[in-house]
Design a protein around this ligand. Structure first.
Ligand SMILES: *Cc1c(COP(=O)(O)O)cnc(C)c1O
Length: 221
């Protein structure tokens, strides 16, 4: 199936979900998660006019977007980092990404402040919340979030919204509603939640950014 028809199907489902909840589809940003996809599928998405993409590993994203020359060829592309960020990758991440969705600790905020100043860049930031409190998963625990938000404020780093990846084996809708509640409490208006299997549910819970990989590109390698 072509990217175009896959995208059309995604748009249709988003419109349906929005209609039920009186939301405007224009308020939903579709992040096409291109990680582990063959380059020709990414190019097809670009040729089709899509410009917002997500990647989860800095080094792999550099190869897909820089080494390939795609970033230069399509300068209006917007790249979101949706995977955990190690401090030693901050320099490359700031150079490449327009949005970093996985801020989750004070030391990372320190590194981001330093590097964004150095490179004179102003990416958007989301805090990743580990809503399921899974030990192996990145993200700040919900109880630590207020402190991290205070820290970001103190460091003058603007946090645009929250992001979550619900536990694999739990109903994701519960986590989406939970994230929305936390965001409201802190006056944050943007929510990155929902993937191929559950983005409609995420939209009914208030997602503003959905991260869709396999439904747009097909199965990953
Ligand atoms: C891979 C990935 C996605 C996309 O997953 P699909 O199920 O293929 O839509 C979304 N968000 C994150 C954080 C990912 O790592």
């Amino acid at each position: 199936m072509s990217f175009e028809s896959r995208m059309r199907a995604v748009h249709y489902k988003i419109e349906q979900a929005c209609r039920k909840w009186a939301r405007d589809p224009k308020d939903i940003e579709i992040i096409a998660v291109s990680k582990k996809q063959p380059l020709e599928r990414v190019v097809e998405g670009l040729e089709n006019g899509h410009r917002v993409f997500g990647e989860n590993i800095v080094q792999a994203a550099k190869e897909t977007w820089e080494t390939s020359g795609l970033r230069n060829k399509y300068p209006d592309v917007k790249l979101h980092l949706v995977g955990a960020l190690q401090t030693n990758k901050v320099k490359d991440a700031v150079a490449l990404f327009d949005s970093i969705q996985t801020v989750d600790r004070p030391s990372l905020i320190d590194a981001l402040v330093k590097e964004t100043k150095k490179q004179n860049k102003t990416p958007e930031f989301f805090i990743q919340v580990n809503t399921g409190e899974e030990p192996q998963k990145a993200g700040v625990s919900p109880s630590e979030l207020p402190r991290l938000l205070d820290y970001a404020k103190e460091k003058k780093i603007h946090i645009r919204g929250l992001m979550c990846i619900p536990p694999f084996d739990e109903p994701s809708a519960l986590h989406f509603v939970f994230l929305k509640k936390i965001a409201q409490k802190h006056d944050l208006n943007f929510l990155s939640m929902g993937m191929s299997s559950d983005y409609e549910k995420a939209i009914t819970s208030g997602a503003t950014h959905v991260r869709i990989g396999s439904e747009l590109f097909g199965e990953r390698a």
